[in-house]
Design a binder for this molecule. Sequence first.
Ligand SMILES: Cc1ncc(COP(=O)(O)O)c(C=O)c1O
Length: 427
Amino acid sequence: MPSTVTPGRPAVLGGDKAVTLEPSKIEEANRWPIISDEEVAAVTEVLRSGELSLHQVTRALEDDYRSWLGVKHVVAYCNGTSAIVAALHGFGLQPGDEVIVPSATYWASVMPVLWSGAVPIFCELEPKQLGLDPEDVERKISPRTRAMVVVHLWGMPSKMEELTRIAKRHSLKILEDASHAHGAKWRGRLAGTLGDAAVFSLQSNKLAPAGEGGILATDDDNLHEHAVCLGHFERIISLQTPGRRFAGTGFGLKHRMAPLSAAVARVQFRHAHERNDRRNENILYLSERLERLGFNTFLPPRDVERVYFMFMVENVESRTGLPTDRLVAALRAEGCAVMLPRYPLLHQQPVFTEERFLEIARLRHLPRESLPTYRPDALPRTTAGNERLIQLPSFPNADRVLLDQYALAFQKVIAAASDIARASLEL
Ligand SMILES: Cc1ncc(COP(=O)(O)O)c(C=O)c1O
């Protein structure tokens, strides 16, 4: 936005809206996923083959990911959640083992830990990259800790140097939950290659969507064998390892990916990098303007190339002069599609905090005294940080007109912050 533009009276105090682009153009700017004739052709080919359960397109998708990531094994699952279940199973967790997890994430980063019989131990996020806080991880390690789930939240790689060092020192496995992080890099290395196993979700609003789908990537032969045995019974017969003897039963789950989804996933994968570039360009353009107004837009540190599954911004009230609820109300009045964070903190959810937790959460086989108490007021830094976040659109198709209108909206609101702070608003 040219610096000569004067912001004007904010819409929440009776001025004109900043976002005036026609609704159909806004919808187009934020449309996701982007589906074209390529997906239609790819799906039609699979449909016409009649091979709707097992089709070579799933193996082809696995090859795409294998050569992109440069890892030994890639297995496709029906969703990211089932890939996480498979990876944790592959770690060989025993009842009562502990797994360190974040709380500000989608439930699937954590709940499969319970299905493996292990105990999630929640840990604070560090405020810059929003991954597990290495210092709190150190504090939470016990003789029973076996693994950690490292979520590259919103597309920002976590502090891998510190986390890897801790994992090595304590012989812990790292599962990277790279569901938000297709194409992100740490020190030039792709997210998905930084731990013992990694998972990508291909759910519909992710960066390389399939509708439903999940990818498990690992260099570990043993983990691969176990993961195949758990969810891909039809593949067990072709294993060249002792696991082959389980071909008659598998281990009770059938989690393979549907070929129609794999067909979509292959097309989306081919376009993911150029589409990430477009998102990044748009979001960085707006971020630069919002940083000048006092917001923290989570710009990546020097050794990180981030991507944007979601565009989250931190409202630092001491700099912007507005509490987050007033800020959001004022931005909405300007026509901005801003929201409060999507993820309820997991450590505060009833599955952890209610009395009947042991039954609900499948840990009744463990002595009650060996289980942690999950207190909703634990993790004060994560809780406070979460409350300062606002979510903007990720502008996958936007042009400068819309971005400039958003920048103007923020500028108007911040310029009138003290009036908005005093005004009586319906929040
Ligand atoms: C961080 C994270 N982990 C795991 C998942 C689970 O993936 P899926 O929805 O494909 O099961 C998601 C999906 O939303 C996610 O956001």
